[in-house]
Design a protein around this ligand. Structure first.
Ligand code: G3I
Length: 360
């Protein structure tokens, strides 16, 4: 799609992008929009929701100013791409990916296979044959459409059970019910066929925290990597979601061991979806901001001192928009503050910590 990506942009996306570029040149301290962010030793990225891309040019301008990678938060999920069987709608994804390409920034593909964000027609599949057919068709269409534009994909997202010690290591989904773990092999093979030059990853959460549950999740992830390799399927990296939770402090030793184990398997890692779930922290924003910055510091210290990640991404860029305000709102009614920039797009202590790790 690269060669004519910007032409693929719809009028609304172009206007949105233009708005962001204009806004980016009016931010208090910023380089002209097309100028790349300051040099980073690993690409810094953030997930961008299409609605915000269209409607909030000041917010999008922050991505222009700071991100080496700009990628869709939701536009590459099944419900956005193939809501009706056989009808592919690339509008939203092309808007954001085309915008990233226009700025000569990297982008990322999240995600082919997940247990949710699926239209009803997929959730209701019961036969292995039908599941395999639609899964391969979806990945061939989407990976093929963006081949040359999207250099890396979360092929599979969150396939590990929340607590692998409970009722089995793997999370229930239409894919597990119809195909078992072979759905992962099928997905990776389909992605490798349609986008042979793309980096292929498995993405999951709670891989960096203390406790037996998170240790079991790390072991389950290593099992998945070895299983794919034993079947001769290429897996290039894992996505370590950084949805940090103060209830689960960082396991610096366990995280370092995990990354070293991945290295011994020839597999890299990306820090994905970084934010801090501050819903139980004190309401005082200064106390919360310092705590969250320190937690990010501990996480990045353990990771970066073991091996540099292939990229570091946050899940959104500003507290103005975060999934947490819907799903885990602050217990005392304060506004969640999980991200590097506050709701007025001003940098917070977390941003300074991230910049310190990105500095060359
Ligand atoms: O775009 C539609 C809009 O047209 C409609 O009016 C509106 C109301 O129904 O829904 C909009 O879609 C919503 C979408 O976010 C965009 O805002 C979906 O309903 C909503 O379910 C979706 O939530 C996303 C969620 O994943 C499920 O896909 C969150 O924004 C997103 O932050 C969250 O991200 C996940 C990662 O993909 C995987 N890791 C965990 C992370 C947090 O749950």
């Amino acid at each position: 799609m690269r060669q004519n990506s910007v032409k693929n942009l719809t009028r609304r996306s172009v206007l949105a992008g233009a708005g962001a570029l204009t806004a980016a040149t009016t931010l208090p301290v910023c380089a002209p929009a097309q100028t790349m962010p300051r040099k980073h030793r690993v690409p810094f990225g953030a997930a961008l929701e299409y609605q915000h891309f269209l409607e909030d040019s000041d917010y999008t301008a922050l991505f222009v100013e700071h991100c080496d990678m700009i990628f869709p938060m939701n536009a590459l999920k099944w419900e956005a791409l193939q809501y009706n069987q056989g009808e592919f709608d690339y509008l939203q994804a092309e808007g954001i990916i085309g915008f990233a390409e226009h700025l000569d920034r990297a982008t990322y593909g999240h995600t082919f296979v997940w247990y949710t964000a699926l239209p009803d027609w997929v959730q209701s599949i019961t036969s292995a044959r039908q599941a395999k057919k639609v899964l391969i068709n979806h990945i061939h269409n989407v990976a093929g459409h963006f081949a040359g534009s999207v250099p890396a994909w979360d092929v599979v997202n969150e396939v590990i059970a929340h607590d692998p010690r409970d009722k089995g290591e793997w999370r229930d989904s239409v894919w597990m019910r119809t195909l078992g773990l072979s759905h992962i092999d099928i997905a990776f093979a389909a992605a490798a066929e349609a986008a042979p030059n793309a980096e292929l990853a498995i993405n999951d959460y709670d891989l960096g925290s203390v406790g037996p549950r998170c240790q079991a999740r790390r072991e389950a992830m290593l099992t998945l990597v070895r299983r794919l390799q034993d079947r001769g399927q290429r897996i290039d990296s894992i996505g370590m979601q950084g949805h940090l939770d103060p209830d689960f402090p960082i396991d610096q030793e366990g995280l370092a061991r995990f990354i070293r184990e991945l290295q011994s398997l020839g597999v890299g890692y990306r820090i994905t979806e970084l934010d801090v779930n501050d819903w139980k922290l004190p309401s005082d924003r200064y106390v919360r901001d310092e705590f969250s910055a320190d937690m990010v510091d501990q996480f990045l210290d353990a990771a970066f001192s073991t091996a540099l990640p292939l990229s570091l991404s946050t899940w959104g860029l500003s507290d103005r928009y975060t999934w947490l305000s819907e799903v885990m709102p602050h217990r005392k009614g304060a506004k969640n503050r999980p991200l590097p920039f506050d709701e007025n797009l001003q940098p917070k202590p977390m941003f300074d910590v991230i910049q310190r790790y990105l500095a060359v």
